[in-house]
Every structure is written in C-alpha cells, then in structure tokens.
Design a binder for this molecule. Structure first.
Ligand code: FAD
Length: 513
C-alpha cells in the first residue's frame, strides 16, 4: 500500500533536535507537523546509547522558550549539586564537589538522554497533539525529488510505506542523516557542500561500551553500603598498564529507581575489546575491580549482553558547510525548503558536553530568525499560544496554519545558514582544542593540558584585560557564541606566544651579551 499525504512539515528524527524543532514550529503556529522516528518509543532504552546529557544555559534557551525548564530541573541533578566519589583500587574513597569556576554560569541539569527525549515527547502528547504527530518505528528510507517538490518515503513496522510531500523538511536524523546524504547526492555534480568535513581529534576513535548496574547497587560487602543515585562515581581498576587499566564512570541520576550506567571508554587496542565471551568478561572484571562485590552488582545476563555488544566509537569532529536548501517558493506553498539541525550537520566526541546543547541552540536560533524575518502581515496576528507554559520573553508567536503563520522560509533559511555556519565551524575547532585528552590517552599531553588550563585560569584572574580563561571554561558561558569563545581563546593564545617569544629573545640576548 502506498498512501500519500500533503503535510506542511516533515521532521526526520525524533531525538532532542527533532522533537525540539516540532515543538518550536507548533508554537510558531505551524499545524501539520509530522515527526518520523525509527526507534520504538521516545524513552526507548538502548544500553550502549544510554549516556547522560548536561543541559546547560545554551540548551536551556530552547527549554525556556518551550516552558520546560522547571520540569527539566525536576527530572535532573543540578550542576550545583554535582558530587564525585573516586573509588580507588584498594576500596578507599574520596568525595569532592565539582567546582563551579564560572559564577556567571546558569545551573546546568544532568539527566539521561531517554528522560530528556521523553520530556519533549510528553509535552507534545499533552499540549500539541493537534498539530504534531509522531510516528515511532517509522524510518525514512528514501527522498525523491519531483521538480520543486520532495517526496519523503517512510517505512512503517508492518512494511507498509507512507509518502509525504512537505513544504518544510527538517533533517534532525543524526550523524548518518539520510536528508543530508540525499542533498549531497543531488548536489555533488555542482559542489560538495553537503558533505561532512572531518577534522582530527585525539579523542575520536576511542571505543566505548556501557555496563548497566542496578539502582543503588552495593559498593562493598558491608551492609547498607550502597551507591547513591545522585552521586557520580569514578571507579579505578587494580589492573595497570595502557592496555589493561580501566575505569568505570557513572554520572548522577535523579530517579533512584532507574538502573545506573557505567561507561567504559578506552583505546581501540585495549584488552577489554578483545573479550568475546561471558566468562572472559567476568574474569577480566574480577581482576580489574576486586574492591567491588561484582556478583551482587552485575547479573550474568548483563555480562553476556556486554560481551556480545559491539559498543561504539567516538566520531571524528565534523561539520557540513551547507545547512539549508530551497526549491521554488515554499512560502507561497510552491516548492520545498529543507533545513538540517543538530548532529545531522555537526557531530563530535562528547568531550565538552555540547552535542545536545548545540543541537538545541540550532533550533532556538532557527526560531529567532523565523521571528525576525516573518512577514509584517503575520506579526502578532492569530491566536497567540506562547502563553502555554512559556518562560521566556521570546518574539510574539502566532497560532493558525502555515498560510497564516507567514514564516518567510526563503528569507529565513539563507539567513540562518549565514549566521549559524561560523558558529558551527568554531564549535568544531573548540572540540579539537578544549579537552580531548581527558580519557588518559597520553599522560604527558594531559599534564600539558592541565598546565595550559590552570595557567590561563590564574592569568585571567590577575590580568583579566589581557588573558581569558581556557576555552573549556568559556564554553560554559551560554551568553557567548561559539565564534566569540574561539576568538577569545585564540587571542589569549596569541598573547601567550608573543610573551613567550619576548622571554626567549630576552634570554638569548642575555646569553649573547
Ligand atoms: C557515546 C556518546 C556520548 C555522548 N555524550 C554526550 C554528552 O554527554 N552530552 C551531550 O551533550 N552530547 C553527548 N553526545 C552527543 C549527543 O547524543 C548528540 O549530539 C545529540 O543527541 C544530538 O541530537 P540530535 O537530535 O541532533 O541527534 P540524535 O540524538 O542522534 O537523534 C537522531 C534521531 O533520528 C533518528 N533517525 C535517524 N535516521 C532516521 C531515519 N532515516 N528515519 C527515522 N528516524 C531516524 C534516530 O533514531 C534518532 O532518534 C554523545 C554521543 C555519543 C555517541
């Protein structure tokens, strides 16, 4: 069977960017919004993709607009309450509070990816089900171009296909985006603008796997010595050496009934990736973590799942030069506009926790530009639905369908592309330089990084007119764009080079005279 529907907006991908974009467009008055998501549900638990997000001030621009920040806070552990317990190989422990170095920083919130995506989906279900429809277990399998129209072909779980002909297609389908890849195929004879450009980083290529642990698991044989859900843990192994030493990293979790996830991140040639059977993994973990009562913590079935899992690899930092494409005049309902948001156009290892925040900022900026370029006839007209739970002072948004909304896609998309592109380029550079050595790949490099970080920190405190803190700290200031952060960081690097050069010249001069 092949059903064809005319839809105003089709969004491919129901992750943070996709559901965030659907809510943002619904708030702007778009009515016929379809989200296609290949996973079975919003809160679907995939052990190896069960990482935690830290939604910072940048990501909160969108949750503020959507009126969801207080619900986000209820579901999360705030960064102001982030405590880390280090458990050494002999079982001794040290708990410390994560220092908040930047007082201007907004409280950030830690929660599992599934909980955040579920929060967005719940908002759709409760308040926007008249304008947004989410199809789960539905994969976009092909996009065809028919002159100025695009046909989106989606495969349902029962093998049936649906075809959509949207006015606006939003690609929020992550790193292997079918939307971007299709645009690349169509454009490649003319340019390679929709191809991802890749940049090296010392953390890309690292492998990761996740062990699922029970909620409040025992930390020792002592009765009542249980892990606290809101506490982060770093559990060091007794095994030493580059290919054997390992660490379990657990991020804090508000919901004490949810399982804990322990991340294992290490080099591709580490021994743990060679273990193929349940027995091999059990033996390795017992040797590595004698301080933990492993039999009580990890069920044999979980070890078997872990052994069988392929795990994942940190991606190479990459971005795409083009973010949008227009055929015809979509604002006059003739033709199609395509925009790409989130990981579909910028993807990188999780070193600086900006994956989700940059994706949410994309959506926020897109709405700002839609508001700025909307035709004056539409401004402030129609039923204003911003009041529904909104926490921000955003531009007035209108109800009504697309014709009433009068979002001028032909103006907004090129403007979005020209404004966002420099930030995306800067973000990828920041990922390369900010904290790629945090996974103990090279102790010398890590020490050098620490020296650089603390050096800049101290200098910026004493001579704030000349030096800025390290980019890893600057990123936490959501009021600065990624381009501004990179510029401040580069300026400090230049000053350090000039001063270093002057010191060397003075020493040489003294030596020679
Ligand atoms: C190991 C790891 C750890 C990470 N840790 C962090 C972290 O700590 N902090 C952080 O901010 N970010 C982290 N990230 C990055 C973060 O997950 C992404 O940047 C973020 O999820 C981007 O959101 P998105 O909506 O753009 O894409 P995604 O979250 O990738 O969502 C894309 C969605 O599209 C769906 N989809 C794809 N193709 C199709 C199709 N053809 N049809 C239908 N649906 C489709 C997918 O199922 C998925 O749900 C991490 C990434 C990895 C790999």
């Amino acid at each position: 069977m092949n059903n064809s529907y005319l839809k105003n907006v089709v969004i491919i991908g129901g992750g943070p960017a996709g559901l965030g974009a659907a809510l943002m467009l619904a708030k702007r008055g778009w009515q016929d919004i379809t989200v296609l998501e290949k996973r079975p549900s919003a809160d679907y638990y995939e052990p190896d993709k069960s990482f935690s997000y830290q939604i910072d001030g940048r990501g909160q621009k969108l949750t503020d607009l959507l009126g969801l920040t207080s619900q986000l806070a209820d579901l999360s552990v705030p960064s102001t309450e982030f405590y880390l317990t280090l458990i050494k190989k002999d079982g001794t422990r040290k708990t410390s509070k994560l220092p908040i170095a930047d007082p201007n920083r907004k409280t950030a919130y830690w929660l599992p990816r599934a909980s955040f995506v579920q929060l967005l989906y719940q908002e759709i279900e409760q308040n926007w089900s008249d304008s947004i429809q989410v199809f789960f277990q539905t994969q976009c399998v092909e996009i065809q171009r028919n002159q100025e129209d695009l046909e989106i072909i989606a495969q349902l779980p029962d093998e049936k296909q649906l075809t959509f002909t949207p006015t606006l297609l939003v690609g929020c389908d992550g790193l292997n985006s079918i939307v971007r890849q299709t645009l690349h195929q169509w454009e490649q004879r003319k340019s390679h603008d929709f191809q991802m450009l890749q940049f090296p980083s010392p953390s890309s290529g690292l492998k990761y796997k996740v062990l699922t642990l029970p909620p409040q698991f025992p930390l020792s044989e002592r009765e009542g010595d249980l892990a606290q859900s809101t506490m982060a843990y770093a559990i060091r192994s007794a095994l030493t050496g580059r290919k054997q030493a390992i660490s379990l990293g657990l991020l804090p979790l508000k919901d004490s009934s949810q399982p804990r996830t322990a991340n294992i991140i290490t080099y591709p040639d580490h021994q743990i990736w060679q273990l193929k059977t349940q027995e091999e993994v059990t033996h390795f973990l017992k040797q590595a973590f004698p301080q933990l009562p492993l039999e009580q913590i990890i069920a044999p079935e979980e070890i078997a799942r872990f052994a069988a899992s392929e795990g994942g690899t940190f991606p190479i930092p990459q971005y795409c030069s083009r973010l949008a494409q227009i055929w015809g005049q979509p604002q006059a309902n003739q033709g199609t506009a395509v925009i790409l948001l989130g990981d579909a156009v910028h993807c990188f290892p999780p070193d600086i926790g900006q994956g989700v925040n940059s994706a949410l900022e994309d959506v926020y900026l897109f709405q700002e530009i839609l508001a700025e370029t909307q035709s004056s006839a539409g401004r402030g007209s129609g039923a204003d639905r911003l009041g529904k739970g909104s926490e921000s002072q955003a531009a007035p948004l209108r109800g009504g369908c697309f014709e009433q909304a009068q979002d001028n896609l032909s103006q907004a998309l090129p403007r979005y592309e020209s404004l966002r592109q420099p930030d995306i380029r800067a973000l990828i550079r920041l990922v390369q330089i900010s904290y790629p050595w945090q996974y103990n790949q090279d102790l010398f490099q890590k020490r050098l990084w620490s020296l650089n970080f603390f050096g800049r920190f101290v200098l910026s405190r004493i001579f704030s007119f000349l030096f800025n803190p390290h980019s890893f700290l600057l990123i936490q200031n959501h009021e600065l764009s990624y381009s501004e952060i990179l510029e401040l960081s580069n300026r400090t690097t230049q000053v350090l080079f000039i001063l270093g050069g002057l010191v060397i010249l003075t020493l040489l001069f003294n030596l020679l005279t």
